[in-house]
Design a protein around this ligand. Structure first.
Ligand code: HEM
Length: 499
């Protein structure tokens, strides 16, 4: 209790300071280090680990000379390097402290524990809800007991079916052509910015339906951006009642978007029209006990769909830079368009999309090297065992796709972009969970197929329009300050194809 109080107190001080600056991890961490150093000694005592019975032992603990803050600064600067160094020194299971929280990572096949555990033991709500509930709203996702969320996931999954994907391909191709008209014949532009905007449009068309897409103007786009701005390290680390500007913007945007969605949902309910889209699937859906979704639940799920789709804009951009750097693969992808779809490149279809296997391997390889979710997390609510260690209650247990996707023992030429590695059976040397961009187990992603349709359609369209190149050889470094690791200064060079 007391340590919690101490945490809140120091967090409040941190929050007041950073509210005036920015909400990114570095400022949060620097402000925190300044303020909490003096509280360090007490907190170290309070947060020190409880004693175990003789036969049990805790995972190796990475010591830090900085009290309370612990490894936040070095981890924040370069998380992957930090975890890889720790793996080498301590093995696949280890713990360390950041900002008063103790994290235990399960690397390599030790990830099994997290994926196979029950939600009551390794709990997702405890770690995600403070981030997601203010954005999605109450009644959905991590705000409800997991069995209810599982039912909601099932409803969404029903809505994401092949008949819909066939329509989505046409919609996404048209949106992409329309959006990129503004790029003209050649130039250098910010690819990530463009794809983020485009993907809001495509996700809204495909996942929200015609009515909501038609309301999407610059003002609504700004509301989405403010909501998305709720996903920050600050929102995750600091208490929600803090008067941060980004929190206020997020909450206002949430309410405004909900109001827009409510009107559309009510109109659709009244119209009696039988439109075949995901909104209709949700309106018609019922829980196992027969209860239909409320307008509030539907609106929350629509927000969730849109923002979950935002992961895809990072991946889609990274794919562009990998293709721009590897001209040979880019040309093979273009040739594949002609070979699969026809020399005159007619409008894309879902069936053709499935046959674009090189493009698919490029996407798969991009998701290996740049998975948008760097860490999946759970709260240990009961003691857990991994690699012979006992993980105590209160540790935040983590699995990192990024680290598993580049394990020395599993992946050959682990840091190279080699889409053809998937032509061979067993590219990851049989290592379990060496490839987990969409997670596994009960929390696994339901958006994988839609993401593949969306990204493959966008890149098919872009490869037909342009030839891409790095601008003066610049390949973006990874921006770790954002929750989803985006490309830093993501400017790309492009030239219209003449054939
Ligand atoms: C490239 C795109 C995407 C990637 C890499 C991705 C990745 C992930 C990962 C790693 C998880 C597991 C999280 C955990 O275990 O803690 C997850 C869960 C989920 N994703 Fe995605 N996702 C993507 C796109 C989408 C899209 C487009 C949607 C919606 C249409 C979506 C909806 C969900 C949902 C509902 C969950 C379930 C969370 C849970 O049960 O706790 N995702 N995703």
């Amino acid at each position: 209790k007391m340590s919690m109080h101490l945490y809140e107190m120091s967090s409040k001080l941190i929050g007041d300071t950073v509210g005036k600056v920015h909400d990114n991890l570095t400022t949060v961490v620097l402000a925190a280090s300044f303020i909490t150093l003096s509280l360090g000694y007490i907190s170290k005592l309070l947060l020190s680990q409880p004693c175990l019975k003789d036969a049990q032992k805790y995972p190796p603990y990475i010591p830090s000379s900085i009290p309370f803050l612990g490894h936040a600064i070095s981890f924040g600067k370069s998380p992957i390097e930090f975890l890889e160094n720790a793996y080498e020194k301590y093995g696949p299971v280890f713990s360390f402290t950041m900002v008063g929280n103790t994290f235990t990572y399960l690397l390599g096949s030790e990830a099994t524990l997290l994926f196979n555990s029950r939600n009551e033991d390794l709990n997702a709500e405890d770690v995600y809800s403070r981030l997601t509930t203010p954005v999605f709203g109450k009644g959905v996702a991590y705000d409800v007991p997991n069995p209810i969320f599982l039912e909601q996931k099932k409803m969404l999954k029903t809505g994401l079916n092949i008949a819909r994907f066939k329509e989505h391909v046409k919609i996404i191709e048209a949106e992409t052509r329309e959006y990129f008209q503004r790029w003209g014949d050649s130039g250098e532009r910010n690819l990530f910015e463009a794809l983020s905007e485009l993907i809001i449009l495509t996700a809204s068309s495909c996942l929200h339906g015609r009515e909501i897409r038609s309301l999407l103007d610059e003002r609504v786009a700004q509301l989405y951006a403010d909501l998305d701005g709720g996903f920050t390290h600050a929102a995750w680390l600091l208490p929600g009642w803090l008067p941060l500007p980004s929190f206020r913007k997020r909450d206002r945007a949430h309410q405004e978007i909900k109001n827009i969605f409510f009107k559309v949902i009510q109109k659709r309910r009244k119209s009696g029209e039988n439109t075949d889209d995901i909104l209709q699937t949700l309106i018609d859906a019922t829980y196992k006990d027969g209860r239909p979704l409320s307008d509030n639940e539907i609106a929350g799920m629509l927000i969730g769909l849109l923002l979950a789709g935002q992961h895809t804009s990072s991946t889609t951009s990274w794919m562009g830079f990998f293709l721009a750097r590897d001209q040979a693969v880019q040309e093979r992808c273009y040739a594949e368009q002609k070979a699969v779809c026809g020399q005159d490149l007619p409008p894309l279809t879902f069936d053709q999309l499935k046959e674009l296997s090189l493009l698919e391997r490029c996407l798969k390889e991009t998701l290996r090297l740049r998975p948008p979710i760097m860490t999946m997390m759970r709260m240990a609510r009961s003691p857990q065992t991994a690699a012979g260690y006992t993980i105590p209650v209160g540790h935040q247990v983590c699995v990192s796709p990024t680290v598993n996707h580049r394990l020395y023992d599993a992946w050959e030429q682990r840091l190279e972009f080699q889409p053809d590695r998937y032509l061979h059976d067993n590219p990851a040397a049989g290592e379990k969970f060496a490839y987990i961009p969409f997670g596994a187990g009960r929390h696994r992603c339901i958006g994988e197929n839609f993401a593949y349709v969306q990204i493959k359609t966008i890149w098919s369209t872009l490869l037909r329009m342009y030839q891409f190149d790095l601008a003066d050889g610049y390949f973006p470094s990874i921006n770790y300050t954002t929750m989803i690791h985006t490309p830093h200064n993501p400017v790309i060079r492009y030239k219209r194809r003449s054939e």
